[in-house]
Write a protein that binds this ligand. Sequence first.
Ligand code: NDP
Ligand code: 2IT
Length: 449
Amino acid sequence: MSYVDEVLAKVEAKDANEPEFLQCVNEVLESLRPLIEKNEDHYRKVALLERLTEPEKIATFRVPWVDDNGQAHVNRGWRVQFNSAIGPYKGGLRFHPTVNLSIMKFLAFEQTFKNCLTGLPIGGGKGGSDFNPKGKSDAEMMRFCQSFMTELYRYIGPDLDCPAGDLGCGTKEIGYMYGQYKRIVGEYKNGALSSKAISYGGSLGRDTATGYGATYFAEELFKSLGKSIEGTTFCLSGFGNVCWGATKKITELGGKVVAISGPDGYVYDPDGVSGEKIDYLVEMRNSLRDRVQDYADKYGCEFHAGEKPWGRVKADVYMPCATQNDIRIEDAKRIIEEGASKIIIEVANMPTTQEAVDYFIENGFIVAPSKAVNAGGVAVSEFEMSQNAMKLSWTAEEVDEKLHVIMQNIFRNVSAAAEKYGKPGDLIAGANLAAAEKIIDAMEGQGIC
Ligand code: NDP
Ligand code: 2IT
């Protein structure tokens, strides 16, 4: 049995009840075969893949908080510190009722590879809680965040682990957590959290970074195919931070976003989400109402309750920006029938099931993987840490220019790795291989640890 198969079997046995984690480990290890097979005996001897797939540390904790009626509640909190071979742990905090250990581990594992692709010195981590922000008052949100940080503070710090936002956790929640962190540690260590507001150490351009970065990546991919964003129509999902940033940049570059979605359904806006309609996305996200129908009501366009836009909307390019496993096999089939231009740009983390990815590839689609496409968010988070450490700040133009260069480099490095390992054009394999080369080198250099 090959070493990759041995480790896949071990992980499947050990983490049998963690489907999302198994899904991403499977995808990554499958694509690392050409790299691992080159030196299989040695890697087996040093248990390289066993170490690569086992988190260095996991903290699980109780998060008690009291609602506005005086009723107490208990949620579960996590921080998964997956791999620190190339730098301190770095990754977002997700607040969503679906959060569990499997989702935390998948996100932290993916983050390790993504962070490496940025070329910046950051390891991989992720955290969060099964808390549901929907319908919570500001005071409830603050009490929850303070309680969460009262435990999390033990595990984080500018040189140890720096969390940021993710689904359900934006600048406001990061602010409540930083305030509590500062009280507990008694020092102004603002490099312990990123995606902060500008007034206390946030970086200009962090709010738009993930969406802008994804669009810069798309631009490079389009150029390599002799295409342009100008005049191209896009079908997105979600209406949160990432969807907003991507819509802004796509529109600026002459593209048109014709669909967005929420847990309640999707909106079709053939005129394009542009101008003040883009800012309305932020208003909807901040309202914590969990509804995209508000957009259709306000701007008088079609709303399709309980449906996903995939293949139901005519668009050249599909760009999922909401959550994992959003595009499933039935959606992939519909997209293919709809006859789009055969490009899927994953922006949310792991938004496509393995079955759907395989089906797209069989049908000649290019799938740009999320760990490369959405790396702009964490890259600007690292810029935030750097600015905090230097106690100075860069202009929005400086940040955007550096982000643009990073995304161009990621596209180049991912394409080159795919080519080097005999899989030209396979951006999924390219991303995993490009990151793994460096992580493995760093792990090897530091001995068995
Ligand atoms: P937000 O909370 O700002 O927005 C998430 C959006 O997705 C919201 O509109 C949310 O609606 C919607 N949503 C949630 N579940 C579903 C669903 N089942 N179907 C359709 N829409 C849904 O999160 P972000 O924009 O920050 O994150 C979006 C994705 O991008 C996540 O996968 C995240 O991991 C990834 N990402 C985020 C980065 C960042 O910097 N923020 C960086 C890299 C990746 P509602 O909130 O109302 O449920
Ligand atoms: O998935 C991600 O890359 C994020 N949520 C951002 C992580 C970060 O540390 O900025």
